[in-house]
Design a binder for this molecule. Structure first.
Ligand SMILES: [Zn+2]
Length: 342
């Protein structure tokens, strides 16, 4: 079968590899769509060396596809089902899994299991992390599911009241997901970040207000606080950068809640948290697959307008070249049509 594999940082090649065989709890999927986002770009570039050293390896986690074969113990899906998978494994039996918090599985074997890869014609996935796609959810929709699941987890923890405006830092794949999810919850929002095409996509998705970034390290928080002196009660940081963390902590009001999707040094000491009584939530992906699929099926979330470019599997190296190129503000979501006929 055909697969895109990394042979070094930035060196993606389409090669032939053996077709995997499902174990008792696995499912063999024919991949339909793969929508790369920040994590995949990090893997592609191997930023900071944190993504891998044992080249070559496959890439991609956010995908949709069709069940082609199932292991002997699989009961929840059948051959021919259209599905999407979460990135992380879970055991289904520990205290957190039993409460539905599958993203917080306590089983160390599952915690350290390698993620599936999907920039290839077929992939193996553990059956318990698959969700069947409801009618009305396309392969394009489902290939962008994991970002929505993550931001929905963050928004659920922030729990914005109906009169509380949500601050969203970042206007990329995760930021657009946050805008669409906040919109579906009926909350107003202010977005910090993005320019040109990226800012336009954010506005089209329903951002009530957007402060465009005009230069590297732009201090958008000061601009926001000129208009909203007290700051905002709920903030979701989607860029996973030091810049984004700085903006997020700066715009939170007294008693504010923050949800963080990544980043390194938080720009707040323990005393800062105490003096402003901030609540900070780390967001470790999410477990909201069915909820988000229902919102898409009902037409309340639609990320398809964020797609600006489409590539075939053979052209996937060009897709990553575009995503890491000189003009990111001109690029929306990139869809790799692994199976163009699907
Ligand atoms: Zn578990």
């Amino acid at each position: 079968m055909k697969a895109a594999q990394l042979f070094g940082p930035g060196d993606l090649r389409v090669v032939d590899i053996p077709m995997p065989v499902p174990g008792p709890e696995d499912v063999l999927l024919r991949v339909a769509r793969f929508a790369p986002y920040g994590t995949d770009v990090g893997t592609f570039l191997n930023r900071g060396g944190r993504y891998g050293s044992n080249y070559p390896f496959g890439i991609g986690a956010d995908f949709s596809g069709t069940v082609e074969a199932i292991g002997k113990d699989v009961r929840n899906v059948a051959v021919g089902d259209r599905v999407s998978a979460l990135a992380m494994d879970h055991c289904g039996a520990c205290r957190n899994c039993r409460r539905g918090l599958t993203n917080l599985c306590l089983d160390s074997a599952r915690l350290n299991a390698p993620r599936q890869v999907c920039c290839q014609t077929h992939t193996l996935v553990r059956a318990n992390k698959l969700a069947r796609l409801p009618k009305g959810v396309t392969f394009d929709d489902a290939a962008m599911l994991s970002g929505l699941v993550t931001v929905m987890n963050g928004l659920e923890m922030l729990d914005p009241a109906i009169d509380e405006t949500v601050g969203i830092v970042g206007a990329g794949a995760m930021g657009w997901s946050a805008i669409a999810a906040a919109r579906a919850m009926g909350r107003s929002m202010i977005v910090l970040g993005g320019a040109r095409k990226r800012a336009q996509i954010a506005r089209d998705l329903g951002a009530d207000r957007l402060l465009e970034i005009t230069a590297y390290d732009d201090d958008l928080a000061s601009r926001l606080k000129a208009d909203v002196p007290g700051g905002l009660p709920c903030v979701i940081e989607t860029t996973a950068t030091d810049w984004g963390l700085k903006q997020a902590f700066a715009i939170a009001c007294l008693g504010g809640r923050l949800a963080l999707l990544g980043g390194s040094a938080a720009p707040a000491t323990g005393w800062d948290l105490v003096a402003r009584q901030l609540t900070v939530h780390g967001v470790r992906a999410g477990h909201h697959q069915e909820m988000v699929l229902d919102l898409i099926a009902a037409g309340r979330i639609d990320l398809k307008p964020t797609i600006t470019h489409r590539f075939s599997l053979d052209d996937s190296p060009r897709a990553f070249a575009l995503l890491t190129g000189a003009d990111p503000e001109a690029v929306g979501r990139v869809m790799i049509e692994i199976d163009p006929a699907a």
